[in-house]
Design a binder for this molecule. Sequence first.
Ligand code: IPD
Ligand code: CA
Length: 269
Amino acid sequence: MDVMDSPDDAFLDPRFSAAVAVAREAGGLALSHFRNLGALTVESKGVQDPVSEADRQTEAVIRSRLTTQFPDDAFVGEETGATGVDPDRGTWVVDPIDGTQPFLLGLPTWCVSIAYVHSSDIRLGVIYNPVTDEIYAARRGRGATLNGAVMHVSGARRLSEGLTGLGCSARTSPQDLAFMAEHLRAAGGMFHRVGSGALTLAYVATGQLIGYLEMHINAWDCLAAILLVEEAGGVSTPFLAENGVTGGGPIVASAPGVFDELRSVLPAT
Ligand code: IPD
Ligand code: CA
C-alpha cells in the first residue's frame, strides 16, 4: 500500500498483534530486573532522570522485534533515539520503561509503552504494567480496553469531582508547577502523581482519574496513552500535531466534561 493512504486492517492487524505480544515479552524482561533491583547499575541522564540496563535491554528487545518484523517502519525509542523517521513512513514510538524512578525504587507504577503513528495520526497504543499484569490497548476508531474489557473515561463535569494526574519532571519550572497546583486546588481539584505519565494517562482512560496535565512530556511517554484516552471517550490537546514523534511539550487530556476547566490550569506557553 501507499503509506500516505490511511492504513487498512491488513496493514494494522499484524502491527497491533505484534505490539501486544512485544509489550508482554519486554515487560516480562523488565519484571525480571524489577525482582532483582540490587543487581542493576544505575546511571544518571540528568537531574531526577536515572537509567539502568533494564531500560536499555528492554528497549533493545522491542526495537529488535518490531524492526525485524516491520523493516519498512521507522522507530523512535527513549533510550536509543530515532531511526528512519519520515512523514511517509509508519513510526513506532516506544518507552521501554515509563516510570524509571518508581521502577528503580521497587514501586509498582511503571509500564512499557508502544505507539504506532501513521499518516499523522496515532493508530495503535499499547501500555503494559507487568507488576499488575494489566494491558491497556487501543486502535483508532475501535475503542480501548483493559485486559480485554472496554474502558470509558469518567463522567465528571467539574475538577472537584475527582483526582487529576499532575505530571512533573526537571523540565518543569517550580513556577509552572506552583501555578498548576494552585489553580487545580482553587478549582476544587486534587493532584495525583505516581511517576509514570503513560500509566497515569491510562488511569484517565479507565475513568479512575478525571484528567492529566503536564507542562512538558515527551512523545514516547504519552502517544500510546493519548490514544487510550481518546478511544475511551476522552479529549486531548493535539500533542502529535504540535510536537511530532520525537518532540515534547505540554499536554492536557481528560474526560470531556472537565477538559475546558483543566486547560485553564495549564500555564500559558
Ligand atoms: C517520565 C515519567 C514522568 C513524567 C515525565 C517523564 P521516565 O518518564 O513519565 O511521570 O512526568 O515527563 O519523562 O523518565 O520515567 O521514562
Ligand atoms: Ca518515559
